[in-house]
Design a protein around this ligand. Structure first.
Ligand SMILES: NC(=O)C1=CN([C@@H]2O[C@H](COP(=O)(O)OP(=O)(O)OC[C@H]3O[C@@H](n4cnc5c(N)ncnc54)[C@H](O)[C@@H]3O)[C@@H](O)[C@H]2O)[C@@H](O)CC1
Ligand SMILES: [K+]
Length: 541
């Protein structure tokens, strides 16, 4: 089983470690040995050979510190000049770490004990003319439970200042110390790593809020059997390029009718752009046909802006209203997916249409922007979806839906997305996003019960219209008969990856429309690779 993109919470990881050690019988010392060796290998791969250079290892009081002790031994063995600062009491180290401390003593590897209850020593740095290769953060890993303080905080500052003064990288063992491995919250202060080598499986804390502290993330195999990871039934997924492989290839003989028809309900006076961008997103993700039902006044603008989409004039007025319900119901016939919300506006008459469609339509539906705000004001409707729903709030919209201040819901973004799922009731497949750096995707039991954190995307996406494109991309994938879970995950990753393509070419910013235009390029390299073994037809994506 491909466990490469599983995510494990600290509790799940500790249970997996325990199962591997106590039930399967692979000693913890072997896991620790593998962790330390894998980290040294990654350090040299990224920052060059360590031989002849100093490496300062800040080791903490637990097994994360133990990883650092293994690293010291490996580095010495490879001709480097490691020096360990153990912030903790050697006599109270857990067994695997204690064993490695004793080995360092026997091998006479440079080391120093710093009493965590005393003041940080002023003479902690030894003078040396040898160049510094890197600094290792082995203070805390998944066992971190509270903000760093006292000597541990002083150790973080010493690490930071040393790395900065020597212009050399900081390598974090498992987690940058100070970062909570489940929520990605910064407990007090956190190490800013250039490389994080994590053990066994990535943790959600590496990715939440875009993982700003982790630098390059490498997931090291430390010998935890993949069948043990598979048997753990972990619900977390890391969203990366592997999600593309989940989108079945298209046969060459396919035609627009075989890739679904999306109905977009969007726009109001002054907000035609949202409807245009949503339609572009749906087209970009490969929907066969896209129709947009919008206020008649917006028709000419829309039709010129998105020539490939069809437009259906609704209300004569400048916003959609409950009076349009019968016309919209007729338009829903034959549609594989609906998207409601971008640019709808907050007119009271629009609310009646949104709640009626949300409650009555059986088609899979993406609910975004103003439609979310309308449902936030009508909890009864929110709890009674008429079919599969994918809700795409940003933190502000989530605050209204959960009736929580933004800082509070941001503290545990996964819990917030899961809470929104529960507000929609258990009867329909529900997928809830919480957008932002490291967009979170959560599914209720009826939609598979998994959760994911996205690894694509960049700060340049914080601009108008990005959300409209994302909602369109997801609706376009839904229309191609993908399950809500896959449509949401693939849509989120594709949207961020398209923006990453543009950011590489033009770091000074790009528009939402350009993200929609760039998105099909992500399928391009699959055209070269895919050649159907049986039918001989070239599968184009
Ligand atoms: N056998 C295993 O379980 C393995 C564990 N490994 C390493 O072990 C780590 C987990 O080790 P531990 O569970 O010992 O935990 P840590 O080494 O992350 O933390 C050590 C202890 O510090 C205490 N602590 C937490 N926050 C603190 C704070 N702010 N100030 C002071 N003390 C604090 C806690 O009691 C914690 O147990 C993993 O992250 C990984 O690096 C790896 O070596 C793989 C094998
Ligand atoms: K660490």
């Amino acid at each position: 089983m491909d466990t490469g993109n599983l995510l494990a919470s600290a509790g799940e990881m500790q249970a997996l470690d325990r199962k591997t050690i106590e039930e399967i019988g692979i000693p913890g010392a072997v896991l620790m040995e593998n962790a330390g060796r894998a980290t040294v290998a990654a350090m040299e791969r990224h920052f060059g050979p360590a031989a002849g250079k100093r490496v300062i290892i800040f080791a903490g009081p637990g097994n994360n510190g133990g990883d650092g002790l293994v690293m010291a031994r490996c580095l010495a063995d490879r001709g480097a000049l490691p020096s360990v600062l153990l912030v903790g009491d050697p006599a109270r180290l857990p067994p695997d770490a204690a064993r490695n401390w004793a080995i360092l003593e026997r091998l006479q590897v440079a080391r120093r004990v710093i009493d965590p209850n005393a003041a940080w020593p002023t003479d902690w740095q030894e003078a040396s003319s040898r160049p510094l290769h890197s600094v290792v953060d082995a203070l805390f890993g998944i066992g971190l439970t509270r903000p760093l303080s006292g000597c541990y905080l002083a150790a973080l500052h010493a690490m930071r200042d040393l790395a900065r003064a020597s212009a050399c990288p900081i390598v974090a063992a498992d987690m940058p110390s100070g970062l909570h491995s489940d929520t990605g919250a910064i407990l007090g202060e956190a190490v800013q790593a250039d490389l994080t080598v994590t053990y066994g499986l990535a943790k959600p804390g590496h990715l939440h809020n875009g993982g700003p502290r982790i630098g390059i993330l490498e997931v090291a195999d430390i010998g935890i059997p993949s069948q043990a990871a598979a048997a753990a039934n972990l619900a977390g997924r890391l969203l990366d390029g592997r999600v593309l492989a989940r989108l079945p290839p298209r046969a060459r003989t396919s035609h627009k009718g075989s890739h679904g028809h999306v109905l977009v309900l969007a726009g109001s006076t002054g907000k035609s752009g949202a409807a245009i961008l949503a339609a572009k997103g749906a087209l970009a993700s490969g929907a066969g046909l896209v129709s947009c039902a919008l206020p008649a006044a917006l028709l000419p603008i829309f039709a010129t802006a998105v020539a490939e989409a069809m437009s259906e004039p609704l209300a004569a007025s400048d916003h959609l209203a409950h009076a349009d319900l019968a016309a919209v119901a007729r338009l829903c016939a034959g549609k594989a997916a609906l998207l409601i919300g971008p640019g709808l506006g907050r007119h009271p008459e629009t609310a009646g249409l949104v709640t009626a469609l949300y409650r009555e339509r059986p088609e899979p539906m993406v609910v975004d922007a103003d439609a979310l705000n309308i449902l936030a004001a009508d909890r009864e409707a929110l709890a009674a979806p008429g079919g599969p729903r994918i809700l795409c709030p940003h933190p502000g919209e989530m605050a209204r839906l959960l009736d929580l201040p933004v800082p509070e819901l941001q503290r545990d973004r996964l819990a917030s997305a899961q809470r929104l799922c529960s507000l929609c009731g258990p009867h329909q497949p529900i997928v809830a996003l919480l957008k932002g750096a490291g967009t979170v995707v959560a599914a209720n039991k009826a939609a598979g019960g998994l959760w994911a954190v996205n690894s694509s995307g960049n700060p340049g996406m914080a601009s108008g219209g990005m959300g409209d494109v994302l909602a369109g991309v997801i609706a376009g994938l839904l229309a191609q008969h993908h399950e809500p879970w896959l449509a949401a995950c693939a849509g989120v990753w594709l949207h961020g990856a398209a923006a990453d393509l543009l950011a590489k070419e033009r770091p000074f910013g790009y528009t939402a429309g350009e993200v929609a235009a760039a998105l099909p390029r992500l399928f391009a390299d699959r055209r070269k690779k895919r050649q159907s073994p049986d039918s001989g037809e070239e599968q184009i994506c």
